[in-house]
Design a protein around this ligand. Structure first.
Ligand code: FAD
Length: 318
């Protein structure tokens, strides 16, 4: 079932969903079930599974030279989606990125998803690879998520890349895209970012999931600006608790966002690891409650493997 149909079915009730990461290569599918089993008590209608492009690493050779090699550390997105649907009977939303794919490879990946009965995709550009200074698409690949939305939308209308293919079966994907309440870091300003976000919606995207944020005002303001810009699809807030001291610097650096002063000063006052964790959990609980009261379609939690923390938050919200 499509994510947007879940929203319609909920008739204004706030749903709950989770994002998980594939395990590192060589890991077990059981590690995914260990994360999700405890979260199924909250009846998530869908679970997102991230996609990880190959990364460059440097390997030392016997000669002493370093060789730059490409490795994919977290493969398995599509297989995990199929396993989730099979085990729990909930919808899985694979993330699909531009990076590392030619448009033909993207088409084939979409055909696999269609044949597996997967109705949803979260369409993204992807980030620059480690050691690359900026995002580089494949020579025959998409440069922006917008182009990928157009490809999925075309396939939904039975249009494949090879124009000789006639009477092709339409796909029927519900398309999600990313939005940034604090602006995407490459955009010159929020208005320009919203301009391209609207283009993704006009090209066929059905809903938006936001980057994490720690100040609800930023989300509410973002939604207001989207509505004023004519973006009328559901906007799902993405949430992540901050629980460790190093995250005070790693989260702003990796995700290009601000942490509110109150949260940072509470953290600074805390003396122990447990105390910091409690502060982070409480902050996320309060964010979640306020968003739920405001009637957001869904609270979407980035689990990042920390299932106990997420569970204790959701328990206090539902
Ligand atoms: P785009 O929408 O393409 O935007 C990228 C930048 O280009 C923006 O600054 C935008 O304003 C600008 N822009 C857009 N279109 C155009 C255009 N036509 N011309 C000029 N400028 C344009 N990454 C992964 O690798 N795997 C994942 O699983 C993953 N999951 C994510 C889930 C969520 C909810 C979010 C918010 C992000 C996720 N990311 C993931 C990270 C994402 O890939 C990066 O944030 C990436 O830098 C941008 O992706 P996008 O889809 O927003 O890009």
């Amino acid at each position: 079932m499509k994510v947007t149909d879940h929203f319609k079915k909920a008739k204004g009730e706030t749903l709950i969903s989770f994002e998980i990461l594939p395990p590192l290569k060589g890991g077990r599918i059981q590690s995914i079930f260990d994360v999700l089993d405890p979260l199924m008590d909250f009846n998530p209608p869908f679970v997102d599974v991230t996609y990880h492009r190959e990364e460059f690493i440097y390997k030392k050779r016997p000669s002493g030279y370093f060789e730059k090699v490409a490795v994919r550390k977290r493969p398995g997105t599509v297989g995990i989606c199929a396993a989730i649907m099979n085990r729990y009977g909930v919808d899985a939303v694979p993330h699909l990125i531009c990076g590392g794919f030619t448009i033909e490879e993207t088409e084939d990946a979409l055909i696999d998803l269609k044949f597996l009965g997967i109705d949803n995709v979260l369409v993204l550009r992807g980030d620059a690879r480690k050691f690359d200074t900026k995002f580089e698409p494949e020579p025959q690949g998409h440069a922006y998520a917008l182009d990928l939305v157009e490809q999925v939308h075309n396939m939904n209308n039975g249009v494949y890349l090879d124009s000789n293919i006639t009477n092709a079966e339409n796909s029927n994907f519900c398309i999600g895209v990313a939005g940034y309440p604090e602006k995407h870091f490459e955009a010159p300003n929020l208005n320009m970012d919203l301009y391209y976000l609207k283009k993704k919606i006009d090209a066929g995207a059905d809903y938006i999931v936001t980057q994490m944020f720690f100040d609800n005002k930023k989300y509410f303001e973002f939604v207001k600006m989207c509505r004023e810009a004519g973006i009328n699809v559901p906007i799902v807030p993405g949430l992540k608790p901050i629980t460790k001291k190093y995250q005070l610097t790693s989260i702003p650096r990796l995700f290009h966002l601000d942490l509110p002063e109150d949260l940072v000063s509470e953290f600074a006052k805390a003396k122990t690891t447990d105390a910091r964790k409690e502060i982070g959990i409480e902050w996320c609980v309060q964010q979640s409650k306020e968003l739920k009261e405001a009637g957001v379609p869904c609270l979407h939690y980035y689990t990042m493997g920390d299932v106990q923390t997420i569970k204790s938050i959701v328990k206090q919200v539902y």
